[in-house]
Design a binder for this molecule. Structure first.
Ligand code: ADE
Length: 418
């Protein structure tokens, strides 16, 4: 079995982490039990490009129990948990091509390695496999039944491809399931971003001014958790509706240029380019800390910062201090890569449980339906989304009410008014 991991001897520690995560992934465990019995993915090759974490390991195990030949590479060079990668190879016989801190060339060598297995289904977190299958590895695309996409940034990329008529196989946008973005993006990113910042800096957040750039599901999740830590939170946005939501949620909203001199921390969660740019950094105070929790490392204009600083010094793991003319310092965490996976462990297992339940069911859906699917971006049927929520709620020991027959009838009728 071909693989490329940092050190296979790390497997025992990785196995412990995988088992710990699994204990909190009730929905995925339920699916795994069914997959083991019914083998819905028998002999199908699945190539996954996801963050190599303990939670992802449990998705890979689920796919394998379903009968798939599943292989994994990293969707980000900094997020790989090397012990987890080692355990997947050693203990679960799942090929992995991922090494933490791999360079760009190795990153793409690993993506190509999983595509070499000639998959019928691919899974992405950021659409990098799909992009390769539409460019350098287009020869493999005819083998593809369909793909799945984990994150908002990837979905935006795929929707652009669909709109331009360029998509050559169907994709399920797992991110669009309610049981994904309501929880993973909001509560997962909220907690893991606080976790990443605290682990990287050990700075007390209480009393600090934190500028949250972007008020999508991730931004609002983080803004709420940052407030919970006692920070004063400023939100910057480009969308009028989201801005009103932020104001009514009790946050101060203003343009980035006005927020720049006020913030102790700047956290980007937009999926867009250079949202912290040169002119903003020029206005920041000495010692401002800047980081990103969006998928790609292009939200902070690092090129500008590198060009316009006179000195660069690592002051702590994951903290690079840039000195600007006039002896002003700007501290960037994890070189602008996603902080929650670079210096912390990503979202906790119990939230990834629902995200990866969606991934497992999306693979099964593609297997069953690919012949009638078009080259479009799909959302998983609501029935499956609700089923995931019901299993999750049950695993939490929470019971809810059901409509009475009278209420069902009332909701279906239009004659009854005032
Ligand atoms: N994305 C965010 N957190 C994650 C995690 N723990 N595992 C995989 N992907 C993630």
């Amino acid at each position: 079995m071909k693989s490329d991991v940092k050190n296979i001897k790390l497997a025992p520690q990785g196995k412990k982490r995988i088992e710990w995560a699994e204990s909190q992934m009730d929905v995925l465990r339920t699916i795994k039990t069914r997959f083991k019995r019914t083998k819905p993915l028998k002999n199908i090759s699945i190539a996954a490009c996801l963050h190599v974490t303990a939670e992802t390991a449990n998705l890979m195990r689920t796919l394998k129990e379903g009968g798939a030949n599943a292989v994994l590479c990293a969707s980000n060079p900094l997020s790989t948990q090397d012990d987890v990668a080692a355990s997947l190879v050693n203990d679960y016989k799942i090929p992995v091509f991922a090494i933490n801190n791999e360079d760009r060339k190795t990153y793409y060598k690993h993506l190509n390695a999983v595509l070499d297995t000639k998959p019928e289904i691919t899974m992405d977190d950021g659409a990098d496999l799909v992009a390769l299958l539409h460019s350098k590895r287009k020869n493999l695309a005819e083998n593809i039944w369909g793909s799945t996409e984990e994150t908002t940034t990837g979905v935006v990329r795929l929707e652009s491809m669909e709109k331009a008529g360029k998509l050559i196989f169907p994709v399920i946008a797992v991110n669009e399931s309610k049981t994904k973005h309501f929880f993973d993006n909001r509560y997962g990113t909220g907690q893991s971003t606080v976790d990443g910042i605290v682990r990287a800096t050990n700075v007390l957040l209480a009393g600090k001014t934190i500028v949250v750039v972007g008020y999508g599901w991730c931004g609002r999740g983080f803004a709420t958790k940052a407030r919970g830590m006692g920070a004063h939170v400023i939100v910057t946005e480009v969308d009028a509706i989201k801005s009103i939501e932020a104001v009514l949620d009790g946050f101060q909203v203003m343009p980035m240029m006005d927020a720049a001199p006020l913030g102790d921390f700047f956290v980007t969660l937009t999926g867009d380019l250079n949202v912290v740019d040169g002119p903003h950094m020029k206005k920041m105070k000495d010692g401002a800390i800047v980081c990103n929790s969006g998928h790609f490392d292009n939200e902070i204009n690092m090129k500008w910062l590198r060009k316009n600083s006179i000195k660069k010094r690592e002051v702590r793991d994951f903290v690079m201090e840039y000195t600007m003319p006039g002896n002003k310092h700007i501290r960037v965490l994890a070189e602008g890569r996603l902080i929650n996976l670079a210096s912390a462990e990503g979202h906790p297992p119990s939230v990834m449980d629902m995200s990866f339940a969606n991934q497992a069911l999306a693979a099964e859906y593609v297997k069953k339906n690919h012949k009638k699917m078009e080259n479009k971006v799909y959302v998983l049927p609501e029935k499956l989304d609700n089923m995931i929520a019901e299993i999750k709620l049950d695993s939490m020991g929470i019971k809810i009410d059901t409509l009475t027959p009278e209420q069902v009838e009332y909701l279906a009728s239009w004659q009854l008014g005032t």
